[in-house]
Every structure is written in structure tokens, then in C-alpha cells.
Design a protein around this ligand. Structure first.
Ligand code: ADP
Length: 244
């Protein structure tokens, strides 16, 4: 067992934070939180918090990155130095480079990039507090920020971490489960078609367990999707009221 691992992941039928195995952490999503951005969102999933800004579609600099047939999508994932209990070194790292790419791959299939040729769309995701599932939180919030920016999309991407800890399949792992459990599987889907745009796996799972986790993840993404749509609706209703 790794140092710092809890003795058990389930006590009296409940997880260490009191949740059931198929329960999400409380989610809060707010669209349109950064004035200077074209679109933005703030998201909380339990103690994991993220702020996302979208800029674009706009001129591509450097120009050679411009593509004649579609927009160039640039994703930047970053974790603030105060986001973890021990100071985390800000700026690019292997991990942030990987997650930036993962975000781009998870979001690209949902965006009509071909509608914005020769332009660039920038997505900046800042993790302000990390307690597992930060890539999923960043993808879910980025999707809301893209819609807030008015960028045309096939669907809003929703994402969640599922996995296994203490021999149990679980929804929405928090830090001890993610760090010391047997496996974690971040998943993202386009909820309307259930098309998977992100599927990673770290740890050991049987084929049957993975299938079950994908089903659990898809169901949860549909719940998250409702909250994403509510956040956008609220933002646009507030704007409409203000214009009256
Ligand atoms: P994700 O955040 O998408 O689950 P990881 O599996 O890389 O991605 O990280 C799991 C969790 O481990 C993070 O959410 C965070 O709580 C913690 N963590 C990651 N990197 C660091 C770090 N440099 N310092 C402290 N904690 C970290």
C-alpha cells in the first residue's frame, strides 16, 4: 500500500466524504464570469474548482498556424500555485502539456471548427483548487465557456472521472480515491449522441469493470449536461433582463 493511503475507502456503507458509491460531488456551474473574455465559466465539483476563459474566433498569431479550412483550437490547462496543499510550481509541465492536449482532443469533435477558417480559438483553463478530476472539470467548464462565446457546436461536452477504490466501482473520485484507489477513468461524452470524446485509464480493471464504469460515467455526464444547460440559460436570461 502506498504511503498516506487510507485503511478503507468505504466505512459503514459510505465513502470517506460521506457519499454513496454512485453519487456525484455537489456541482455548481456559472457562465459568463470574466468580462474581458468572449466566453467564460466557473465550475465547482466538490473541492475541485476551475475557471475557464475563451477568446476567439480571432486572428491567428503566428500566422503560419492559420488553417485554410478550419479554426485552430488552442487549449491551455494550468494549475495555480495555490491549488494544491503543497505549493505547485506554476507554468508548463509534462502533466499540464498532456492535459492541454487531452482537452483539445475531447472538445474538438463537438466544435464546428470548419465554420471558422483561418481563425484561432483559445481556451484557457485555470485550476484554482485541485481535488481530483481536474481535467474533467476543465473540459465540462470549457464546453460551457465555448457556448457562452457563441461558438457553434454540435453538442456540449460533459466529463467525469469514474474508477475503482477498495474493490468498488465508484463515480466521481475525490483525491484519496484517485490517488490510492485501484483505477481511475476520466471520460467525456457528447450527451445527445453518447459519442465518447475522451477515455483514459490509469490502473487495473477487467474488461467487464471498464464497460460498467463507462455506463456509470455516461449516465453521470447526462446529469452534468443538465447543469451546463441551466448555467447557460441563466446567463442568457440575466442578459436579456438587463437589456430591458
Ligand atoms: P486529474 O486532476 O484530472 O484527476 P491527475 O490524475 O493527474 O489528474 O491528478 C489527480 C489529482 O492529484 C489532482 O486533481 C490533484 O488533486 C492531485 N495532484 C495532481 N498534481 C499535483 C501536484 N503537482 N501537487 C499536488 N497534488 C497534485
Amino acid at each position: 500500500m502506498k504511503a498516506g493511503a487510507p485503511d478503507k475507502f468505504i466505512v459503514k456503507g459510505k465513502r470517506l466524504d460521506g457519499r454513496k458509491i454512485d453519487e456525484l460531488r455537489p456541482i455548481k456551474i456559472k457562465a459568463g464570469v470574466i468580462k474581458s473574455a468572449d466566453g467564460s465559466a466557473y465550475l465547482e465539483m466538490g473541492e475541485t474548482t476551475v475557471l475557464v476563459a475563451v477568446r476567439g474566433p480571432r486572428e491567428v498569431i503566428p500566422r503560419h498556424l492559420a488553417m485554410p479550412d478550419k479554426a485552430y483550437l488552442n487549449c491551455v490547462y494550468d494549475m495555480m500555485s495555490f491549488a494544491t496543499p503543497e505549493r505547485n510550481r506554476p507554468g508548463p509541465s509534462r502533466r499540464s502539456t498532456e492535459i492541454s492536449k487531452v482537452m483539445k482532443d475531447a472538445l474538438s469533435p463537438a466544435i464546428f471548427l470548419e465554420k471558422y477558417p483561418k481563425t484561432k480559438i483559445d481556451i484557457y483553463a485555470e485550476i484554482t483548487n485541485a481535488n481530483a478530476g481536474t481535467r474533467c472539470a476543465a473540459i465540462t467548464a470549457a464546453s460551457v465557456a465555448l457556448a457562452d462565446a457563441g461558438i457553434e457546436m454540435k453538442d456540449i461536452v460533459a466529463s467525469i472521472g469514474v474508477g475503482k477504490a477498495g474493490g468498488k466501482l465508484m463515480l466521481d473520485l475525490f483525491e484519496p480515491e484517485d490517488n490510492f484507489g485501484e483505477a481511475d477513468v476520466p471520460i467525456a461524452i457528447m450527451p445527445r449522441t453518447e459519442e465518447i470524446t475522451l477515455l483514459q485509464m490509469d490502473g487495473d480493471l477487467s474488461k467487464d469493470e471498464l464497460k460498467k464504469l463507462i455506463a456509470i460515467g455516461k449516465k453521470a455526464c447526462k446529469e452534468i449536461y443538465k447543469k451546463q444547460k441551466q448555467a447557460l440559460k441563466k446567463k442568457f436570461e440575466t442578459e436579456k433582463e438587463a437589456k430591458k
